[in-house]
Design a protein around this ligand. Structure first.
Ligand SMILES: [Mg+2]
Length: 223
């Protein structure tokens, strides 16, 4: 029996590559007057992808600052601020996110979202993807004061939905924060991977999907 599915947000419901590509366009139009002409637009996109492909950190803004042909060089802080201000609002969902959530809703499965991150940033991403209406519970670490993999954050979502861990599946891309964290509170976990090897030696590889829609195989159709 599956009463509920909880999802991680970043790189689980979001498509990181599509999101960073969308961001690259915004970056190009914002900073264009200050950059030397770049022969191919793909060069700028690839440079930004290399910097931010694994997610944001301050060092990446430094890298970007060094690797682009600036005429009027901004500070790394300015580059970082642009990312933090603009990126959440260009977040792209995985191509199959909406269709997957729609089928789950039609099958009577409750859905929730449990994400680590800042409140405004994560809420902007959810609004940008127009997926918020599917979730009976949205738990953001900054709003509740605990982060994955702390069991307390998973229990908050279970309580809000009124479901038991044993009848709940957690879907996420982070081996420790999502998979191991959810398993510790008694949920089944499904790992959404980009075909990389399961990296946790001490934990058996969980059921693995590479596309979100494949999670439907783990949820019986309504009878
Ligand atoms: Mg994630």
């Amino acid at each position: 029996m599956v009463d509920a599915i909880l999802f991680d947000l970043d790189n689980t419901l979001t498509d990181r590559v599509a999101s960073v590509r969308a961001y690259a366009q915004r970056f190009a139009s914002h900073f264009d007057p200050r950059l030397a002409p770049i022969d191919e637009s793909s060069v700028l996109c690839d440079t930004i992808m290399r910097a931010y492909g694994e997610g944001y950190n301050a060092q990446r803004a430094d890298d970007l600052n060094r690797s682009l042909p600036w005429l009027d060089q901004p500070s790394s802080a300015e580059i970082a601020t642009h990312w933090l201000d603009v990126f959440p609002g260009v977040t792209a969902a995985r191509a199959d996110a909406k269709s997957t959530l729609t089928v789950l809703r039609d099958r009577g499965v409750q859905m929730g979202l449990v994400t680590n991150g800042g409140a405004e940033v994560q809420r902007t991403k959810i609004a940008c993807m127009k997926l918020g209406g599917y979730f009976g519970s949205v738990i953001i670490s900054a709003e509740v004061g605990v982060s994955k993999p702390d069991p307390a954050i998973f229990r908050l979502a279970l309580a809000e939905l009124g479901v038991e861990a044993v009848n709940t599946i957690f879907v996420g891309d982070h081996p420790e924060n999502d998979v191991v964290g959810a398993q510790r509170v008694g949920m089944r976990a499904v790992w959404i991977s980009s075909s990389q090897r399961w990296p946790v030696d001490t934990v058996p590889k969980p059921p693995t999907i590479t596309e979100l829609i494949q999670v439907l195989a783990h949820v019986p159709a309504a009878t």
